[in-house]
Design a protein around this ligand. Structure first.
Ligand SMILES: Cc1ncc(COP(=O)(O)O)c(C=O)c1O
Length: 358
């Protein structure tokens, strides 16, 4: 196999913007790191990859992605570990999902070699942007979109793949108040819900805005056929401790295959504390769990928070409260374990860490 990235052309910034960043108070997505990785795909081939200063790019207003939505992204993180190394968490798993999303959107896959060498080179150059503050990390945003300039509805022949990064602080949101959605859908079985494509997010803005106006933080999405079964939460997957079991909706074409979901399920199975069930989860059984007192935990899982406690679920016009997740709760134990593994405090039992030389 030929190597695509034996050389990555590098153009460094003359003036780093890092002096402007307050690492003690990071606002998500505000401070994009000095450099970005860019590479074009055209006529069936990848072009020459480069790392250049982050900044504006020039595009045609007829570029296909802004008209027809061929745009796919990923979200992952790198951490400064206890031994001072930089660890990109599960980049292979993120690439698998990126390529599944690309395939669904008729876009070419990114080769592993290009993905890993681009990530490594970019993070080595912007290593000072990886926060050294407890709980903080470098958020990594790979994105690929159609760049062919043409107004006809068609699959683009040209794409741009970019990797951006930005330092992010510890996740501090208060426990969520969720609204069970029984009118709108995020996606449907057979649709694009399992793909991290831009349109899924744009389409969720409107119902989410309504839920926020009603006093909720996020939506608990339900199936498109009858709004009976749970899919996921806004930007997270969802898990419950119900009747002493860890229960989560099984993957389908309507649910994003969260990397954190997989990590938490793997840790749960390894701890052996609970039986783990990936299956259809109905709103009715969650409501019954509240009424009977058998629902003891509910939380979201995602790259941003690892686990985010849920405080309230609004079902059939009624707010059901969930007790606070204390330090002995499953969600807190799993979160600590995952953090310890990726910070090299505990052994990397599942080979999830990808350490970069800095
Ligand atoms: C719709 C959706 N579901 C679930 C997740 C959680 O996925 P992950 O754990 O890979 O961050 C995300 C975040 O990426 C998301 O956008």
């Amino acid at each position: 196999m030929t190597t695509l990235t034996s050389s990555i052309a590098v153009e460094k910034v003359t003036n780093s913007r890092i002096k402007e960043v307050n690492f003690a108070n990071l606002e998500f997505g505000k401070n994009i790191s000095d450099h970005m990785f860019v590479v074009d795909f055209s006529s069936g081939k990848w072009g020459a990859p480069a790392i250049i200063p982050f900044g504006d790019l020039k595009f045609s207003p007829a570029m296909l992605s802004i008209h027809y939505g061929q745009s796919v992204f990923e979200g992952m993180k790198a951490f400064r570990t206890s031994s001072g190394k930089i660890n990109i968490f599960r980049p292979h798993k993120h690439l698998e999902r990126f390529n599944r999303s690309l395939d669904r959107m008729c876009m070419p896959p990114v080769p592993q070699d290009l993905w890993l060498s681009g990530l490594k080179a970019l993070i080595e150059i912007d290593k000072d942007w990886v926060p050294d503050v407890e709980g903080a990390s470098l958020y990594i945003r790979p994105v690929m979109f159609a760049t062919e300039s043409r107004l006809g509805v068609k699959v683009s022949d040209q794409f741009k793949f970019i990797i951006l990064t930005c330092p992010v602080g510890p996740y501090q949101a208060k426990p969520y108040r969720l609204k069970v959605e029984n009118k709108f859908v995020r996606t449907a079985e057979g649709g694009t819900g399992f793909a991290k494509c831009a349109g899924n997010y744009g389409g969720a803005f409107y119902p989410t805005q309504i839920a926020k106006e009603e006093g909720f933080d996020q939506i608990l999405w339900t199936d498109h056929k009858g709004h009976k079964y749970i899919d996921e939460v806004g930007m997270m997957n969802v898990m419950f401790v119900l009747n002493g079991k860890l229960v989560t909706p099984q993957l389908s074409t309507a649910i994003l295959d969260g990397v954190t979901r997989d990590s938490i399920l793997t840790i749960a199975r390894d701890l052996g504390k609970f039986q783990v069930e990936e299956r259809r989860v109905s709103i009715d059984e969650i409501e019954e769990g509240f009424v009977q007192g058998t629902l003891t935990e509910a939380f979201g899982t995602g790259t941003a928070a690892v686990v985010a406690p849920i405080a309230v679920i609004h079902i059939n016009g009624k707010d059901y409260q969930i007790p606070d997740a204390g330090p002995t709760s499953f969600q807190q134990q799993a979160k600590t374990k995952l953090n310890n593994m990726r910070m090299e405090v505990e052994p990397d039992a599942f080979s999830w860490n990808y350490l970069v030389n800095v």
